[in-house]
Ligand binder design. Structure first.
Ligand code: AQP
Length: 328
């Protein structure tokens, strides 16, 4: 079976963007692939986090993944900091990564603009840690949203450079971006991607938002003054709502245009809001059940940690040996 790896940062409850762009697609892959999914808390501290909040968010994020259909029996589901191999491999890989390449990463540029008072080295080397996450497990395919493609390209470059110097060591991973994995934009600033750390809660739908909140946020979503539901450049707000509607219903854009011909934005926004609300209801219910069962969650992540450490031990030994460290 091919190996799949993907991760999500516990920087808040996931948004509809994380869900439609990534997590929704993870569950269905479990039967066909050997799946490894991680709550990447090491990545989360590249921006300032409150420790108590981070701990809670990490556990919530873990529970949310289960609520979204990741089965800890079928997949390796673990918390990144529980497996030290990620940090260990990241250090080695950072010595095979060029400063100039990291400086070209758009996420670094965006995040350092957002946090000009805290442009720390971790934010800069984030993609190296991500490469370590992926390469440590011998990953073949990485299901990520469009926004992560550049990081994955960098991971491929690092793997190739290392393999070129020391011989076949890492599997060179391929991106796996399902057709339905749209890039979802902010509801208030549709030129920017929807992000869970957006300080304006109207910009994103959290997957735990209640139905009335979801409808209200869609009602307020920024559109344009044309009043025609169609997909065209310059209509970022409407395009985004159409992507959301399409990702959930499976309808293509022509179908959606026909469905809302002559109906105006009010009806369209309502339909999108209701569709999203129906899609998220079972997740909210599953999460409410799971988050009460701390014992079960603890048992799952403890087992996940053991499995993760076992899965990467050989690779780390191999890398250490190749670069010339004395093994024990
Ligand atoms: N807006 C989006 N549309 C589609 N996919 C998205 N993803 C994130 N935002 C969108 C995908 O979600 C997965 C997990 O993302 P992450 O938590 O690791 O980091 P991120 O990309 O930085 O997500 P956020 O929500 O923007 O978090 P913050 O605000 O903390 O930076 C990834 O596969 C990503 O592609």
């Amino acid at each position: 079976k091919k190996v799949i790896f993907s991760g999500i940062q516990p920087t808040g409850v996931f948004t509809l963007g994380n869900y439609l762009g990534a997590v929704k697609n993870w569950g269905p892959l479990q039967d066909e692939y050997d799946c490894t999914y991680s709550v990447v808390d090491l990545h989360a501290i590249t921006v300032k986090q409150d420790p108590a909040k981070l701990r809670r968010q990490t556990l919530d994020c873990y529970a949310l993944l289960i609520a979204c259909g990741i089965d800890p029996q079928k997949s390796l589901l673990f918390i990144q900091s529980h497996n030290p191999a990620h940090s260990q491999l990241a250090w080695v890989l950072s010595c095979f990564t060029q400063f100039g390449d990291l400086g070209r990463m758009t996420q670094f540029k965006e995040k350092s603009q957002k946090h000009p008072d805290d442009i720390n080295a971790g934010l800069f080397t984030y993609p190296v840690l991500m490469a370590a996450d992926i390469l440590a497990y011998g990953t073949d395919l990485v299901p990520v949203g469009q926004d992560q493609k550049q990081h994955l390209e960098l991971a491929r470059g690092i793997a190739n450079r290392f393999n070129g110097r020391f011989g076949e060591t890492f599997v060179v991973p391929e991106p796996y971006i399902p057709k339905t994995a749209a890039k979802i934009m902010s509801l208030t600033e549709p030129e920017k991607k929807m992000s869970k750390s957006d300080p304006n809660p109207n910009g994103f739908i959290s997957i735990l938002d209640e139905p009335d909140v979801i409808l209200r946020k869609f009602k307020k979503a920024v559109t344009d003054s044309e009043g025609v539901v169609c997909r065209r450049e310059g209509k970022a707000g409407i395009n985004n709502l159409m992507s959301i509607y399409s990702a959930i219903t499976g309808k293509d854009f022509d179908e959606i245009e026909r469905e809302f011909a002559g109906k105006g934005y009010g009806a369209f926004k309502m339909a999108v809001g209701e569709t999203v609300s129906d899609e998220l209801a079972p997740i909210r219910e599953a999460f409410a059940r799971l988050s009460k069962d701390r014992e079960y969650l603890e048992e799952c992540y403890t087992k996940g940690a053991e499995k993760a450490c076992r899965a990467t031990a050989k690779m780390l030994r191999k890398v250490y040996k190749k670069v010339g460290f004395i093994g024990l």
